[in-house]
Write a protein that binds this ligand. Structure first.
Ligand code: ATP
Ligand code: MG
Length: 353
């Protein structure tokens, strides 16, 4: 049996280059080595879009198309539609009892998101609860590995704490047990690890914040060559002339390293830019745009085949099939968890439509 991966995306928009370097690339690469479960966090989509159900639905379908376009194979990997997996919602409740309230509210990722997304003090009760829900997403599939961007590491740490605490409290695991030995010692949940991508935090085209669906500073995986060029040309570096020594850690050069494939060319660009050797930002931007376009062109092509109503039908069909597959494992985990919690009162069978 292969070890399992669980990771995913929230339908708060379509997928972008940050997703590719932070997580998607690893997902595509690890499909054979791991039994992969990829989550559409559509319930969590409502944490910031409770008043926009149509948008959540549309982006859920769009993300599946993006996944197929980047090379996620629905024969090898399973798509998990969060709203159709009741075990996740049930486990979220039980796990909420294993986490001190203040521990959740201190989570640095939540704090940053509240600030960046301008949620002020009017976010819903469900917003911080999503961090607990995410522990349930991962543990429902008893995943050992979670490929994510850097911003998610704090969430995974919380998930590790929940898994340990569950195993200590309900499975009789000695608190001295090292993480790797929890399952061998009789714990239900493996203690999962985060796998951060090649670039843990890709900046957005504002040159400042993390590239993020909610911030509108993104290059979408579906963008055309022209759109990519235009977005990059607006990237501010603050540099005045091509003879001024440039900062090779600015957003533009993070893109250079992320997307230009030839290491020798990257080194040459870095060297000339740092010395102010007549290398203009405009020139670097064109080269980066070409590299990004070369990456995205085959994705755009695969995605074109999924446009329109026929594409939507194919996606809905896949989701129905995969929901049954995902629920088979999720229900087993829930049954085992409830057994450990002495909540085994006869069990149930889900009528899976
Ligand atoms: P939102 O703005 O709604 O939070 P997002 O753009 O941050 O959306 P998510 O669905 O929250 O996207 O994240 C999905 C996955 O992609 C996570 O593993 C996250 O860490 C990763 N990711 C998102 N943005 C970036 C980025 N700029 N660089 C690296 N990884 C990223
Ligand atoms: Mg995010």
């Amino acid at each position: 049996m292969r070890p399992r991966i669980l990771t995913g995306d929230t339908p708060s928009g379509r997928l972008h280059l940050g997703h590719w370097v932070g997580s998607l690339e690893n997902r595509v690469r690890l499909q054979d080595e791991y039994d992969c479960f990829f989550l559409l966090a559509n319930v969590h989509g409502f944490t910031t879009r409770a008043d926009r159900p149509e948008d959540v639905r549309r982006d859920t379908l769009e993300i599946v198309k993006d996944w197929l376009a980047v090379g996620i194979d629905p024969e090898r990997s399973t798509f998990v539609l969060q709203s159709e997996i009741p075990a996740i919602a049930e486990l979220s409740w039980y796990f909420a009892m294993l986490l001190p309230f203040n521990r959740v509210m201190r989570n640095p990722t939540l704090k940053t998101e509240i600030e960046l997304k301008g949620l002020g003090d009017h976010y819903s009760f469900g917003f911080p609860l999503y961090a607990v829900g995410q522990c349930a997403d991962i543990l429902t599939f008893r995943a050992t590995l979670v490929p994510v961007g850097e911003d998610q590491v704090a969430h995974i740490e919380m998930c590790r704490e929940v898994a340990r605490r569950f195993n200590w409290t309900y499975c009789g695991i000695d608190p001295q047990t090292v993480d790797e030995d929890h399952v061998r010692a009789g714990g239900l949940f493996p203690i999962p690890s985060a796998l951060v991508g090649r670039v843990g935090r890709l900046p957005g085209t504002d040159g400042k914040h993390k590239m993020s669906k909610s911030l509108g500073n993104v290059i979408y995986l579906t963008d055309t060559a022209q759109e990519i060029k235009k977005k990059l040309s607006g990237l501010y570096t603050g540099r005045q002339s091509m003879t001024e020594p440039g900062d090779v850690n600015n957003a533009l050069f993070q893109y250079v390293r992320a997307f230009i494939k030839e290491p020798a060319r990257v080194a040459e660009l870095e060297d000339r830019y740092a010395r102010g050797d007549r290398l203009g930002d405009g020139h670097v931007k064109v080269e980066v745009a070409e590299a990004i376009d070369a990456l995205l062109a085959p994705m755009r092509e695969r995605r074109a085949a999924l446009e329109g109503e026929a594409g939507d039908r194919r996606v809905l069909e896949l989701l129905r099939e995969h929901t049954a597959r995902a629920n088979a494992l999720a229900e087993e985990t829930l049954r085992l968890a409830k057994q450990a919690m002495r909540l085994d009162f006869g069990g149930r069978t889900l009528g899976l439509g």
